[in-house]
Design a protein around this ligand. Sequence first.
Ligand code: 5RP
Length: 290
Amino acid sequence: MINTSATNQFTRVNDEMGMDWGIQNRMSRMIKPPTGRSVMLACDHGYFMGPTHRLENPRKTIEPLLPYTDTVAVTRGVLRTSIDPKWDTSILLRVSGGTSVIRDDLSDEGITTSMREAVRLNVSCVALSIFVGTAHERQTLLNLAKLVDEGQDYGMPVMAITAVGKELEKRDARYLSLACRIAAEIGVQIVKTYYCEDFAKVVEGCPVPIVVAGGPKLNSETDVFQLAYNAVREGAVGVDMGRNIWQNDNPVGMIKAIRAIVHENATVRDATQIFSENKPTRKVEEPIQA
Ligand code: 5RP
C-alpha cells in the first residue's frame, strides 16, 4: 500500500465523516483501496457539447480505455447505448445539464437524472456541476444540496464539479478553494476541480477528496503528465480526465502513463517512457501481388 498524504486524507475523511456502508463501498469502487487513488475517464462532454471531437462515437472511444480506468464518467444515455453492462468498471453518472455550448451562459443547469435512476443503473457516484459566482450560483448549489440529501437516503456518493463554463481564467486557487469548500460544506463526498498554481491550498481547505480535470487539450504529453504528477503530489486523489487522453493519437499510451503516475507514483519521465512504449504500431501496407 502506498502511504501518501492522499491515502491518509481519504482514510481520515472516511472515518471522520462516519460514512454509511453503502457510500463507503461505492467510494471504494472509484478510489481504489490499495492506493487510495483513482483514474477516472471523463466522457460526459456530449451533455452540453454534442459530438465532441474524438468522442463522436462514444463506444469506439471508451472501450479500448476501459481496462485501464477505475471509473468512467458518462450520462445515462451514453451508459445505456455505449458501455457493455458486463464490464465491471465503476460508473460516475453525470446528472446535471439543461444547457448547450451554443448559448453564452452555461450555468443555468438543473438535475437531469433522478436518484432512483442512478440506483437502477448501479452507478458508484452521481456528479453535478456547480457554478459559483455566476447568475445561477444559488440554483446550482441548492440542486447540489438536494442531491446530497437524496444520496444520503440511497447510499449514493455525490461529486461536485466546480465548473467555470467558458471562463477558463477563473481557474485560480482563490476561486477554486472557495468553490470546493462550499461543495464540501454542502456535504459532497468528493469534488472535481482544476489544477492551478498553489493547488495544495485548494486541497488544504477542502475536507473531502479532490480529483482534477484535464481541461482543453494541452500542448504536449509532457504538460499533461506534469499536471497529473503535480496534482497528486499536492494532494489530489487522482484525475478525472477526458480530452487530454482520448483526443491524443495514442489514447491507450496516455491512460497507461497517467495510471502509472496516479497509482505507482511514476515520474513524468517514467510516464513519457510508458507512453512511447505503448505507441500503436503502424500497419505496413502489403505489396500488391501481381
Ligand atoms: C465535462 C466535464 C468533464 O468531465 C471534465 O471537464 C473533465 O474532462 P476534461 O479532462 O476533458 O476537461 O465536466 O463537462
